[in-house]
Write a protein that binds this ligand. Sequence first.
Ligand code: XMP
Length: 518
Amino acid sequence: MNNSNIKEKILIIDFGGQYNQLIARRVRELNVYSEVKGFENISLKEVLEFEPTGIIFTGGPQSAYGKDAPSIDEKIFEIGVPILGICYGAQLMAHILGGKIDTAPTSEYGHTKTFIKDKNSILNGLDDNTVVWMSHTDCISKVPQGFEITACTENCPVAAMENRNKKLYAVQFHPEVNHTIQGRKILENFVIDICGCSGSWQMGIYADDQIKILREKIGSGKVLCALSGGVDSSVAATLLSKAVGKQLTCVFVDHGLLRKNEAEEVSQVFGPNGKYELNFIMVDAKDRYYEKLKGVTEPEEKRKIIGEEFIRIFEEEAKKIGAVDYLVQGTIYPDVIESGLGKSAVIKSHHNVGGLPDYVDFKEIVEPLRMLFKDEVRNLGRELDLPEYIVSRQPFPGPGLAIRIIGEVNADKVKIVQDADAIYREEIGKAGLDKEISQYFAALTNMRSVGVMGDFRTYDYAIALRAVKTSDFMTAEAYDIPWEVLQRIMNRIVNEVDHVNRVVYDITSKPPGTIEFE
Ligand code: XMP
C-alpha cells in the first residue's frame, strides 16, 4: 500500500471521531504529511508498510471497554514509533496497556480549564493553566504502568499522560480543535520534537507524489473526467493530465448557464491551445438546455432537468470515447462528510456537475482530492500552475445561472445576469473584498418595475445582489458591503446592462433564506 515517496509522515488511525480529518489537516499545517486510515482497514502489517514517523489515534464515540469497541493490535505499542492518543485514542491506549477507564463522575464538554503538572513532556511550552476542548463521558482513572500524569482538570484526573521511554502519549482533550488554545503547540511538540519530523513537506510534494501514484494505478487505462470549470474538478483534471496525459479525456458541457466568459476561460486552460496534455471535449449544449427549460418556472423541476440533461450528454460523449477504465471525481473532504465517512464512493446528485450516471462502463472512480479541504485544493491548484482566476473561483452551483434567474430561463435573461454579475465581481475585486466575502453573485429577479432613464419611462428588471459570509455554507450572514461600493456597482449595472433599471441588495441570512435564490 505504500507507493508514496514521502519519507516523513504521520499515520492517523481513525476510531470514528468527528474531528479526524481536522487532525490530518493540523499536521499538514505543520508541513508534515499525514493521512487518515480507518482502524478497521489497517492491519499491523500495513501500519509497518506505511512506515509512519509517528501515529495518532483519534477520538471516537464508543467506550473503550464496551462490547464491539474499536480496537487495535496491541503490538503496535512495541514497534518503536511514537504514538499520540487523543480522547478515545487516549482511553484505548490506557485500556490496552493495563490502565483503568471509568465513566467520569461529571462529563466534560466544551472549554475546560486544565492544569499542566509536568512541562518536561508533550506539554512543553504550555501555560500552567490552559483552556482545552473536552468532549467525553469516560475518563482514565488509573494510568498503565510506566506512565505519568502530565495534566488534569477539576473533573478529570488524567487529562494527559505519557510514557516517555516508550514514546507513548495521550491527551483526553482535542488539541486539533481551535478552542484548545495551545493545541497547535501540543501537536507541534509531538510531530516535530518527539517524532523528529523536519516540517519540510509542501503541497508541491503532495502533487508529485499523487502524480506518481495515479500513474502507477492507471497504467495504460483510459480516464474520463467531467470538468465543470470549478476549482475541484479543474484541479483533479490537471493532476490526472500530469499523470496520464492523453489517456485522459475531459468533457466540459457548456449548458448556457455559465458565468460570463467562463466557457472561453475553461477552454483556454484545458483546450488544445492550453498547456495541459489531455483530450478536451467541449459540448455546446446551450440551445438544447434552453429548449428543455422553456416554460419551466419551478426551481426543483429546473434543477432536475439540468441534472438529467447533463447525464444524457455525458453518456453520449462517454459512448463515443468507448471503454473507459476510470472516472475522475473532484470530491473533496467536505463532500465526503456529507455522504458519510467510510462509505464507498458514491456519485452524488448534489455535485458540481449534477450527478453522474453510475452505469457508464468504468472500473473504478478516482478521487485524488478526497482527503483535502477546499483551501488545500486551491493550494494544490497553484502548485499545478493553474491560473489564479480558476484557483480562487467562487463556489458555483451545478445548475448554474438557472437558479439565479427566478422563473423561466432564456438566453436573454442569461445575458442580463451574466453582465450584471461580471460587473459585480469586477467591482468587489477592485474594492479588495473578494477574499473577504465567502460567496457573492448577482441574480435576476422576476420583477419588472417602472423607472426613468433620460426623459423616458422604462419598465425593466431588477437585479439582486447577494453577498454572504459563512464558514460552512449551512448557515450564513449577509455581508455588509460598504455603501459607496454598492453605489458604484448599482450605477454601473443600470448604465451598462440593458433591461435593468433597478438594483436591490439582499440582506437575508440563512436561515431563513438560502444562499442561492432557487
Ligand atoms: P444554498 O442555496 O442551499 O447553497 O444555501 C449552499 C451552497 O451550495 C451551493 N449549491 C450547489 N452546489 N450543486 C452544487 O454543486 C447544486 O445543485 C447547488 N445548489 C447550491 C451554493 O452555491 C452555496 O455555495
